[in-house]
Design a binder for this molecule. Structure first.
Ligand code: SAH
Length: 346
């Protein structure tokens, strides 16, 4: 059954119109779903009984069911959810001093096949619907309600390539961003892509206020291709051209993600090439310690080397941050918990 969380406000108005209802009912419904965090249509006491009846026949609310949850010493929590068709996805909750961030998955599995990533161990089964993305947030928000806490930030950085599921991801953002719902500010929502160039242009044309992060991981095509097959379809010069268009048209600062892989992409020369690639753009580099995945043999760059890499980038005129580790005593790398669960099923 379709979840009502699928519907951005405008689609909700359309749906209600088709049921002979006035448009203001959509805001009422949003209020019940996202402000009062209703668990059922029955409790929506100011809606006409006939409408409640119809909605309960056509839609469900929560499209995700908890299968497993791991909590790390630093309180990072990883959720394994089951969807209606039995597919499983992961969602992560992180506690930062600037607030609580939820990392959502955008697809069941992933086809991008980055060599270092555990998500690609399981091929894409399907895209998530907008409602399944919203469901990940609502499940965790309802849990946080018990402590009077809220989801402050959303990163679309879980399993999947959001720009390979563009429409549903944009609908999801519209739902969680809506002033009549959770009202999570656009600048608190970050979409991370491995670099699907046509969608970057589309995103640029939409003039959204959401943050864009791009997984770079290598400063030249030769190395990037060996890590990320997407580079063969969209090489760096095309990618950088699209990103310059985006950031100039939108006056937005870009984030480049760069995971540090020991002996692979962490030399001084790599750092200099990286700085040359980015210098002059309104962008910064987020250096990410690699979460080791048993299956592929890559190792994390040690801390001293990481700091040095950071210094070289900064000295070469590009801003960078070095991300701290989170939840490394649980299966926190993208796709690890799910991969283990799927293996155990066999
Ligand atoms: N497909 C999108 C979003 C999902 S991946 C993208 O590629 O951006 C989110 C980020 O986590 C990417 O930068 C990805 O390269 C990185 N990542 C994947 N596996 C990782 C691991 N084991 N340790 C650290 N970062 C990882």
């Amino acid at each position: 059954m379709q979840t009502i969380y699928d519907l951005p406000l405008s689609a909700m108005e359309e749906m209600l119109k088709a049921h002979g209802q006035k448009p203001y009912r959509a805001k009422q419904l949003y209020n019940w779903l996202y402000r009062k965090r209703a668990e059922s249509f029955e409790e929506m006491s100011d809606l006409p009984a006939a409408l409640i009846g119809k909605l309960s026949q056509e839609y469900q609310l929560m499209p995700v069911k908890l299968l497993d949850k791991q909590v790390a010493r630093d309180r990072t929590a990883k959720y394994l959810f089951e969807l209606e068709d039995g597919a499983t996805i992961e969602t992560v909750l992180m506690h930062f001093n600037f607030g609580k961030s939820v990392c959502v998955s955008s697809q069941v599995g992933c086809n991008m096949a980055c060599s270092f990533c555990a998500s690609g161990l399981l091929k894409k089964q399907r895209d998530l619907t907008a409602g399944e993305l919203v469901g990940q947030i609502m499940y965790i928000q309802k849990e946080l309600d018990a402590q009077g806490e809220r989801v402050d930030n959303i990163v679309v950085m879980g399993t999947g390539e959001p720009f390979d599921n563009y429409e549903n991801v944009m609908d999801f953002c519209a739902v969680v961003n809506s002033d009549h719902g959770l009202s999570i500010g656009a600048r608190h929502i970050t979409i991370s892509t491995c670099g699907i160039v046509p969608r970057i242009y589309e995103f640029a044309q939409g003039h959204y206020q959401y943050n864009l992060a791009v997984s770079l991981h290598a400063p030249n095509d030769e190395l990037r291709r060996s890590l990320m097959p997407v580079d063969k379809a969209y090489p760096l010069d095309e990618l950088m051209k699209a990103l310059k268009t985006y950031s100039e048209d939108n006056h937005r600062r870009l984030t480049f993600e760069y995971i540090l892989l020991k002996g692979v992409n962490d030399s001084d020369d790599d750092a200099k090439q990286l700085a040359d690639l980015i210098r002059g753009m309104n962008a910064y580099v987020n250096l990410i310690p690699y979460n080791e995945v048993d299956e592929n043999g890559y190792k994390t760059t040690d801390e001293r080397r990481a700091l040095h890499f950071y210094d070289v980038i900064m000295k070469n005129g590009v801003k960078a941050t070095l991300r701290s580790r989170h939840g490394d005593d649980i299966d926190a790398a993208c796709g690890q918990l799910r991969a283990r669960h799927e293996r155990n099923k066999e």
